[in-house]
Each structure stands twice: as structure tokens, then as C-alpha cells.
Design a protein around this ligand. Sequence first.
Ligand SMILES: [Zn+2]
Length: 394
Amino acid sequence: MLTAGEARRLVEQARSELVDLAKALVKVPTPNPPGQEEQAALILKAKFEAEGLKPELIQESEDRANIVVRLPGAGKAPALLYDGHLDTVGPGDESEWTDPPYSGSIKNGRLLGRGASDMKGGVAAEAMAAILAYRAGIELAGDLIIASTCGEETDNLGAYTLRNSGWLNGVAGIVIAEPSSNELLIAEKGALWVEITTFGRTSHGSAPHLGINAINKMLDLLADLRYFCPSSDKHPLLGEGTASLNVLNGGFKTNVVPDRCTAIFDIRTVPGRTHEDIITALKTELELAQTSDKDFRAEFKVVKDLPSVSTHEDNGLVRLAQTTGRELWDREPELKGISGYTDAAVLCPGTNIPFIIFGPGDMATAHQPNEYVELEKVVDATAYLLLLAAKWGN
Ligand SMILES: [Zn+2]
């Protein structure tokens, strides 16, 4: 059985190889949209193949692909899945970066670049943990699957593919290496994105009484929704649900009364109130508006619907994750929640597979100019993931 000291030593010996891998991944731009994750997937494919492993490239489209590899276990335990995403958000205004966004430069022990924290540092840690386990001939109780997917930053494209292509069969634990600063995230908020469009009738701007102003109709509705609260309870790790109006579009010409106005809400939910219930409450507001105003006409559309997911702190995977931290660092990682969603929202509902989020990146630098990851954290995370895999099922 691998000890914490041995795990640390194996990673220490492969430190420069690990850093090179993380660096190579950061240097391949995969901003989503459009994604173009294939080049990053091919780096991992070559890396796994050089070890004698047989990765599977799952193509989504011409330049988009996921990469999955299975390390066979002894069949004494179910499989463990290490998941991560290859896409990043865009670099934003490049003049805000001190180094170019895909430089992959290393300064003061930090790897710089878009995706360093979210989450190519984590993807490199997962891949290297598997490679080191394989190279050292560590007997795994169950299969270890490493999946690096595309599309997480927009529509979780790769996670759906993973789920629908049978890769989750026999999996009883998922670790997602999203940025957690090497702490443990075991709950995440749900995301419900709702688009409401109000309709009116155009008329000349000098004769508004002849038309129906869709913006005014929207403003009436927004006044009613001002204090809409999506949660009934406070979750110990996630707090309360939130609703934020983040897009408002209406009107096209100064002298034309607008005939449509669209509002998009970003609603983040916590367990306790279902999305169905929230949708019903919002639709009721629209019906009430219609009852009190015969000219009110609106359309309601759900554009994203990912539930809140969580793993109980007494779950075996969480306990194993705690023990692993204790053995490696003499302390248990802190249990926390995350307000954003991850691929767990696609992989876990319905399959009921427990998940944890553990990765070397820092949420505070993710999606920001001058994103970076502390290399020491990447090294630590790799040792942690190696030890966790070795302990799984034993
Ligand atoms: Zn991410």
C-alpha cells in the first residue's frame, strides 16, 4: 500500500515533468467559445500513449474532443473517476495582462496564463497522478478513469458525452479538479437561467398611444420581480439562493415604440426548493401581470437548468478525502461549498454518484486577467490525487 511519503517522493521525482505538462496545456489556447479543445486533448493522448496506456479520443466536432483513459484496477472495488475540463473562458482585454494570456511563463513559483487555475493545473495533476500510479505499478483496487472534457464553460458538452457514452458505468466516486485551493468542496449551487420576453406593438415615437411599449411592460414586470427570492432555506455550506437580472435588451430606434424587450435572469439555487417550483412561481407572476393588464403579453423560456448537487459529509468518498489530507499534510482539508456549477451538475443527478471538488487552482484568480496557479499547489494536489487513488477501495 502506497504511503503518503512515497506518494510525495514519486511526485517530487516527476516535478519538472508535471510542470511541463501543465505549461504545455496552458500554452494551447482553448477559450470557449469556440473551445477548440482538441489540441489540448492530443497533448494528453500522446502523454498517456507514451506510457503504454490506451486513451480514447472522443471527438465532438472538427476541432473539439474529449480524452478519456482507463487504468485497470484489481476488480475489488468500483471505479473512481477523475474529471476535469480542457476549455477556458476567453482572455478578455489582453492589455490587462502583464504576460500574454497563453505565455505559460513561470514567475515566483507561479504558472501564468488563462486556464492555469481553471483548470489546466488540475487537469495536469489528475493526469500525472494516474501516470505515476501506473508507472510505479501501484495496485489499484478499482479502475481509475481520467476524463478531460470540453465545453464546461458554456454548455457542459463533454460531460454530457461522458455521461451518455457509458463511461460512468461502474463508477462510484468522482473527483473534479476545479480550483479549490486544495480544500474540499462538497456542495455546489444550481443554475437556472430564465429568459423572459415581453411583446408590444410598434408605433411612431411621436404617437406612443397608438402602440404598446414592450419596455414599459417589462419594467412593470421587473418591479413585481424585484424582491423575488429563489430559496426557502439557508444551506450550511452554500448560504441562500440568488437571482440577478444580467441581460436587458429592448428597443431599436429613438422614434419607434419598441415591440419587444428581453430580460435574462441568472438564478442560483440551493437544495430545498426545486427548479420546477421556482419556474412555477415565475410563471405565476407572468399570469398575474396578464390578469391585471390585458395588453401584457410575454414569453417564458428556460435557457439553462442545472440542479444544485452535494455529497454528504459522512459519505465514504468525503471521509477518504479527509483521511488522505491528514496522512499527507497532517490536517484535514476544509469542507466548503461553491456558488458556481461544475460538471458534477451533469454527472451526478440521476446517477447518484458521490463527488468531491479538489484542485490546486484558486477561484480568486480564475476568469481574471493574469490568472495563475501556484506550482507548489499543483505538486501537492498531484501527490494527494495519487494517494487518494491508491487508497480507494482499500
Ligand atoms: Zn472550471
